[in-house]
Design a protein around this ligand. Structure first.
Ligand code: NAG
Ligand code: NAG
Ligand code: NAG
Length: 767
């Protein structure tokens, strides 16, 4: 391209000026991100590298409730007015086994509409509870047009049998009235523990035990064990207790605004209620504050979801919970994930209580009472009146349960999570969290309790309603308003080189030097099965450091780095003189910084080249030929992503002898589109000049605009850069060519990406 063929042509001068300006703006338009770890790779909806399968059924919506069958092969789904059984054994799309309708009755729908609820959006049966009672029965509850109802559902070979109307019973306390209200339910030892709103208005929260042989027990509404706005998000049973996780207004703090707080409550499974006092009420109800915060920052005080990761032998069981904040920090919503050990929760429940002074309405600390057995413990009998009297007013613990923050992310609200451990090649367990927002984040927690995001999978603009991990299927199922996504744990094939595979730090993926592929580790790994263990010994992974230098080394340590930085493949570009060449560089990781080099020098310090959107845009003229490499630097490790040997057709350049022996791939520039000879012969026209100027001006203006929008600091830096341009060595600006012709960049651009459609997929192969 004859940008540099200035002569005295004013158009070309303007071109050069704008091009220099364009170079000056470029580095500043990048960067500027929120707080929290960036997902290393992001897949847009429909990206073929992360092929997801979507289950949808015509006429059905609100796929809110998910339940896995005992054998893990069937997924039961509670959708609006329907319950479905899906076969998930094959890796593809879930297949419908059968579905049964369970609509709210016409009478209830009419009553619902009469009470001024919407017949279009609210007066339906939204399924809220779906639990497995035994091998032949499920138990389901729904809002039933603001009149909660429950029923047993019989199974036959994990097919659902139709619901007969006479088997439907009232479900107050088990399902909310309003589909917008939160709820939780868990079946433990044949009894259903549920927490939700117990009235039409949604002003009376309840924590209730139903079904099974034990008496029905409730929280006492009059004693105010729960604040009227308590909102339940999870229930987790342990050996002796059932823990409830919820959020409510904090009454124990004096604060100028309504203060939300997150809680854990517990009840004993063997509670039978009181004889004289607290009849049909919990005698073991206690609650404590959950705290998820980073030192010196506002706490994340609104719990959104919680799950238990059962203990693997030496480690203690921990509860993982997502939180958001009632305050918007820096104008954006943010989330945190905290871990709470069951041991800490237990310790707080064994500590001091809080007591409300009825006269001053203030909460004070109350020590440990001299009552044995201790009130609230599971050995309190129904007739120990002294302990029960104490429990009526001492249900709030003095101490807080402090969580360990694992991940704090701004601009995102994680509403649901699932966790599992994955065993790496070295045999260590790694915690993997799947976090739902509008997309799915896969996070891996390191030993120092910090998390990195392996990937983000964009699903739908609609939020995730529910998230369920199916370990046997190696997939996460995500329910949303329109259907169910099946998301495999990982697609290790997207990492095409050892370096990329190791830098990804995905515990599910490891590099197999034998097959030169990034492989999915089988999980769970059968311990006694020796063959895969032997095989895996040679597999490469470095979860803690993510250091390819070490993990991808082929020879002795000293040699390894050299082998990593030597290109594995050179793309030879034979281009037309004076054309614009665009050399693409696939950006594999959002965590890497990218730069171009020419031989040993850095680009774009060399003239006549610019990096635009990651690609190197090169004005091909005499003397610019040579080796161009795009380097990625991630985790302190640099490697060439792609290497080009550029030379022009009229002056072929012999390959540097140092690069001999590296496989080469030739890419011809498309001749037809340039028509250099014709352009030379054509009468002089300013039209191409005009086009070039327009394009460059647009680029500069949009770059400048972006810059102004991103940071005021950037403007200052930009000034510095522009001045820097003027002090370029004279040689850099001097026109080297006498060509008088300017060619429009867009149309005549010689893009190697046109040459070989696969180029973009050709990652570095640096194993
Ligand atoms: C995994 O990634 C590879 C390479 O990008 C792609 O060809 C394949 O279709 C992907 N598979 C799935 C299941 O997403
Ligand atoms: C399963 O539970 C249902 C409902 O409680 C009961 O009717 C049925 O007898 C139980 N079946 C077995 C095999 O225990
Ligand atoms: C930048 O490059 C990516 C892919 O390499 C492409 O999808 C995107 O559209 C490009 N953006 C611009 C502004 O050219």
């Amino acid at each position: 391209m004859a940008l540099l063929a200035l002569g005295l042509d004013p158009w070309s001068l303007l071109c050069l000026f704008l091009f220099q300006l364009f170079l000056a703006w470029l580095p500043l338009t990048a960067g500027g991100s929120g707080q929290g770890p960036l997902p290393r790779v992001t897949f847009g909806a429909g990206d073929g590298r992360r092929a997801l399968s979507l289950f949808q059924q015509k006429g059905l919506q609100d796929f809110d409730t998910l339940l896995l069958s005992g054998d893990g092969g069937t997924l039961y789904v509670g959708a609006r007015e329907t319950i479905l059984a899906l076969d998930i054994q094959d890796s593809g799309m879930p297949k419908l086994k059968n579905m049964i309708p369970w609509p709210a009755s016409d009478q209830k729908k009419n009553e619902c509409a009469f009470k001024k609820k919407s017949i279009e959006t609210q007066c339906f049966n939204f399924i809220r509870v779906l639990v497995s009672v035994n091998a032949t029965h499920l138990y389901a509850c729904g809002t039933f047009a603001f009149s909660p109802a429950c029923t047993f559902i019989e199974l036959q070979d994990s097919y659902l049998l139709p619901i007969s109307e006479d088997k439907v019973v009232e479900g107050k306390g088990q399902s909310p009235f309003d589909p917008a209200h939160k709820h939780t339910a868990v079946l433990a030892d044949g009894m259903l523990y549920s927490g939700t709103m117990n009235n039409f208005l949604g002003s009376e929260p309840i924590l209730i035990r139903t079904l099974g042989p034990q008496p029905v027990l409730k929280t006492d509404n009059f004693l105010r064990w729960l604040q009227p706005d308590a909102s339940f998000v999870a229930a987790i049973p342990s050996t002796h207790f059932v823990y409830f996780f919820f959020e409510e207004t904090a009454s124990e703090f004096e604060f100028f605004e309504k203060l939300h707080t997150s809680r854990v409550a517990r009840v004993c499974k063997n509670d039978v209620g009181g004889d004289k006092l607290l009849q049909k009420k919990w005698t073991t109800f206690l609650k404590a504050q959950l705290l998820c915060s980073q030192p010196g920052q506002l706490p994340f005080n609104v719990i959104r979801h919680a799950v238990l990761l059962p203990a693997a032998a030496p480690a203690e069981p921990r509860v993982y919970a997502t939180f958001s904040s009632q305050w918007q920090i820096g104008g954006t919503r943010s989330s945190a994930v905290c871990a709470f050990s069951l041991k800490d929760i237990k310790r707080v429940f064994e500590g001091k209580y809080k007591e409300l002074n009825k006269e001053t309405s203030r909460w004070t600390t109350y020590g440990v009472p001299e009552i044995s057995p201790r009130p609230g413990s599971c050995s309190v009998g129904p007739s120990s009146d002294k302990a029960l009297t104490f429990m009526k007013d001492h249900f709030l613990m003095d101490e807080q349960v402090m969580g360990t923050p694992l991940l704090v992310q701004s601009g995102v609200e994680y509403t649901k999570l699932a966790v599992e451990t994955a065993q790496g090649v070295d045999g260590h367990s790694h915690l993997v969290m799947y976090l739902g927002t509008g997309s799915l984040h896969k996070a891996v927690v390191s030993e120092d309790n910090s998390a990195h995001l392996v990937e983000e999978i964009q699903l739908f603009p609609e939020p995730v309603r529910n998230l369920l991990l199916a370990p046997a299927q190696g997939a996460v199922f995500v329910g949303f308003s329109g259907g169910i996504w099946r998301i495999p744990r990982a697609n290790c094939s997207i990492y095409e080189s050892c370096v990329d595979c190791v830098l990804a730090r995905d515990p599910h993926c490891a590099w197999d030097p034998e097959s030169r592929t990034c492989c999915l580790l089988p999980t769970p790994i059968p311990l006694e099965d020796c063959f895969p263990c032997l095989l895996r010994k040679s597999w490469r992974q470095d979860m803690e450091q993510g250091n390819p230098n070490w993990a991808c080394a082929t020879g002795p340590m000293g040699r390894s780095f050299q082998s990593q930085s030597r290109p594995q493949m050179i793309k030879e570009v034979l281009a037309i003189p004076n054309s614009i060449l665009e050399l693409p560089c696939p950006h594999l990781s959002a965590l890497a910084s990218y730069r171009w080099s020419r031989g040993l020098a850095q680009v774009p310090e060399a003239s006549a080249a610019a990096v635009y959107n990651g690609s190197l845009v090169l004005l091909l003229r005499g003397g610019v030929g040579g080796l161009y490499q795009c380097w990625a630097t991630e985790n302190g490790f640099s490697y060439p992503v792609v290497s080009y040997w550029v030379h022009s057709q009229d002056q072929p350049l012999a390959l540097d002898p140092e690069l001999a022996g590296i496989p080469r791939e030739r890419m011809e520039a498309p001749l037809t589109r340039v028509g250099g000879g014709a352009a030379l012969a054509a009468p002089r026209s300013y039209w191409p000049h005009f086009l070039t100027v327009t394009v460059l001006l647009a680029l500069v203006l949009s770059g400048g605009l972006l810059l102004l929008l991103t940071s005021p600091l950037g403007v200052l830096r930009a000034r510095g850069k522009v001045q820097g341009c003027e002090t370029l060595p004279p040689g850099e600006k001097a026109p080297l060519s006498r060509e008088q012709h300017l060619q429009p960049p867009k149309e005549l651009r010689t893009s190697t990406s046109n040459v070989d459609a696969d180029n973009n997929h050709l990652g570095p192969d640096v194993a």
